[in-house]
Design a binder for this molecule. Structure first.
Ligand code: SAM
Length: 294
């Protein structure tokens, strides 16, 4: 017998009963804990066809590893689940905008919807912002729930969304140039509601001392330049030669984040993310007051 049937039959029966009554997937899975949701969403068990049909599919392994620094499906889903749990915790601790069940969540740089797919069971409305058309297509094919909003790679264009209560952003500022980061900061100031919470990741400063992974693409001289920029409180950025000039290896010190976001956001501080020591989540809250330009 499968683990699900052996130990979680009541939860499955409840989801199946809700689906039979015509509940949409967000309602059918409402409030389900993240680990169980992750297990169910893997669809690696017999039967329960209605449950499987209500859940999005996963894309090919190529896209899973391409977008997550070579993670397996299991690691990619585990990381997504733990990041979403951290986001909910940050919202509960710092949000001033009412319960998450009625809140609007935005996943900024959603990729193929790895993290986004966890949000609808807990949030009121879910918006996924993503510039890459290939991911838009994967999104449609795999039936990820939520509203997909096409953005531009430089984050220059205003977005047709506003009043976001919780914005999550995993592994975008880990790649952004100074110009792109400044555009992103403008977009967030426009779309996040006063009192709204933002949880985004940067590379920790220790990333520059690591061996292995993409930091090895920097020459010793590049690394030394990155370290002195970081130590001086500036962005350390090395553009990927194969990419447009605003995307590469990025490490942002806290002093830089203060300059980038401090006018519109109160930076609460970093959280340690045991799951992945190359990602440092930062929590901040949108300050009161309107948007006054750049
Ligand atoms: C490393 S992937 C992370 C995807 C997703 N957040 C996740 O953790 O699975 C980086 C994503 O950022 C997107 N991206 C690139 N430039 C962006 C921009 N200016 N604004 C928002 N997303 C961007 C890419 O298309 C890609 O989907």
């Amino acid at each position: 017998m499968a683990l699900l049937d052996l130990h979680f039959a009541p939860q499955l029966a409840e989801i199946e009963a809700r689906l039979a009554k015509g509940a949409d997937p967000a309602e059918a899975f409402r409030g389900l804990d993240d680990d169980l949701f992750a297990l169910i969403s893997g669809k690696d068990y017999a039967g329960h066809d209605a449950v499987k049909a209500a859940l999005p599919d996963y894309p090919d392994n190529h896209w899973i590893s391409n977008c997550t620094g070579n993670h397996t499906l299991h690691d990619a889903v585990q990381e997504a689940s733990l990041f979403w749990r951290l986001a909910k915790e940050a919202y509960a601790a710092h949000g001033r905008r009412g319960p998450l069940a009625t809140a609007t969540v935005a996943d900024y740089g959603a990729g193929w919807g790895r993290i986004t797919r966890f949000c609808p069971k807990d949030a009121g409305r879910v918006v996924a912002i993503e510039p890459n058309e290939t991911f838009h297509e994967i999104w449609r094919q795999t039936r990820v729930p939520g509203e997909l909003v096409a953005s531009d790679f430089l984050s220059k264009k205003k977005l047709p969304v506003s009043d976001i209560d919780l914005l999550i952003c995993f592994s975008i500022l880990t790649h952004a140039s100074d110009a792109l980061a400044k555009n992103i900061a403008k977009r967030w100031a426009e779309i996040v509601a006063p009192g709204g919470v933002v949880l985004f990741t940067v590379r920790p400063g220790t990333y520059l001392d690591l061996d292995g992974g993409e930091i090895d693409r920097l020459s010793p001289a590049d690394k030394a330049a990155a370290r002195s920029a970081y130590e001086a409180g500036r962005i350390a950025y090395w553009p990927y030669p194969e990419c447009p000039s605003d995307w590469g290896v990025t490490v942002m010190p806290m002093a830089y984040l203060e300059q980038l976001f401090g006018r519109h956001f109160e930076i609460i501080g970093p959280r340690y993310f045991l799951q992945n020591h190359t990602q440092l989540p930062i929590v901040m809250v949108r300050r009161q007051g309107g948007w006054f330009g750049s």
